[in-house]
Design a protein around this ligand. Sequence first.
Ligand SMILES: [Zn+2]
Length: 220
Amino acid sequence: MTNANDHLRTKEHKLEIEEAAELFGGAGVARPEIEDSIRELLSAVGEDPDRDGLQRTPERVARMYDELLAGYRVDPEQMINDAIFDVDYDEMVLVKDIEFYSLCEHHLLPFIGKAHVAYLPKGKVIGLSKIPRVVDLFARRLQVQERMTRQISDFLETTLHPHGVGVVIEGLHLCSMMRGVKKANARMVTSALCGTFSNNEVTRQEFLDHISRGSVGIHF
Ligand SMILES: [Zn+2]
């Protein structure tokens, strides 16, 4: 990066996140199998699924899961195939502070946070607005944070064949926070570094410096 202002391509992601919500189908569809199982769950915890406040809960929850897990239905390659460009550009491309919302596969509770994604192009770049979508796509599945980090990195690696990819994710896990155990482990940082981000100290340090600059962890 010769000039941080020119090349450090950070930007507001609100728009992209809204676009992604559209892409992933907005309100979602209520599948009857999920509705039925939520009714059973309500009974099993000692509730009356037919009382006023709960009558529409199974339908709402079914819709919600359809929306939160929409990442299973979107083909990542199809999502980005019109946004890969041949460009003679070899500076680091970095998109940081990408908000994400995912569900931990161990407890079906949210983990939320920020992803920082960078790569060093080798002839191909991806439209900047697509990177938050890639994060969103992998977040909208039942996940563990380590795997999600790796999947985002692997996807960019296979799609762009760049000199290297770096992904760092900071997440807060509600399953640790709400259950009152292991509170110290509620915040988690995972990383996946490949190519020059893994074997070139200068590239890696540049990436990590840009991430830590102006960002002091996650605020909610
Ligand atoms: Zn969990």
